[in-house]
Design a protein around this ligand. Structure first.
Ligand SMILES: CC(C)(COP(=O)(O)OP(=O)(O)OC[C@H]1O[C@@H](n2cnc3c(N)ncnc32)[C@H](O)[C@@H]1OP(=O)(O)O)[C@@H](O)C(=O)NCCC(=O)NCCSC(=O)c1ccc(O)cc1
Length: 143
């Protein structure tokens, strides 16, 4: 099941003409990921400060379809597409007014904040992520 959340496209996210500035999208996207982990019971403050676990991005493939405009209510849909030893594959779809504005394929990796090396997902985090796993093939059995 996809994680859904919304966030308005604010004045500070846009250029002077009111079109979304894509670096702002990246910052917003990190916030969505943070909210997702929070929804699973793993707020990043606790993950980072107490458990010494970071979630850096190693790959991000963005496709922009339509411009976002100041005042749009951005609707984020995050799906888990794969869980590796330490990696997590996500797919994002971002819409406003019923139209897709952009999408992203995103891989993050669990790392130790102390060594800056990958670590296997701890059992409790893996157990929380696994029910959200939606294989792409499940949606496209013929491909
Ligand atoms: C993440 C790394 C430490 C992993 O390196 P290693 O410890 O040597 O591990 P490995 O190379 O074995 O890779 C581990 C896994 O990552 C996967 N991986 C690593 N690099 C890649 C790339 N480039 N593409 C795809 N997959 C990758 C790899 O397939 C392994 O997957 P599993 O089989 O599931 O375990 C290292 O690749 C790295 O430091 N990369 C740079 C990360 C970075 O700086 N990203 C820029 C954005 S920072 C960021 O997003 C951030 C978020 C939150 C914060 O609090 C701070 C920063």
């Amino acid at each position: 099941m996809a994680f859904k959340t919304t966030r308005p496209l604010r004045f500070g996210d846009c250029d002077p003409s009111g079109i979304a500035y894509f670096p702002s999208y990246l910052n917003i996207l990190v916030g969505v990921l943070e909210d997702y982990f929070g929804s699973l019971g793993f707020p990043w403050k606790v993950l980072i400060n107490d458990r010494r676990l970071g979630v850096p991005t190693v790959r991000l493939d963005l496709t922009f379809v339509k411009p976002g405009l100041q005042g749009d209510n951005l609707e984020f849909m995050l799906a888990v597409r794969g869980i590796g030893r330490s990696s997590l594959d996500l797919e994002h779809q971002v819409s406003a007014n019923g139209q897709v504005l952009w999408s992203a394929k995103h891989r993050v990796v669990a790392t130790s904040i102390d060594t800056h090396k990958s670590i296997a997902w701890p059992d409790d985090i893996r157990a929380a992520l696994t029910p959200h796993l939606e294989m792409t093939d499940a949606h496209h059995p013929a491909t």
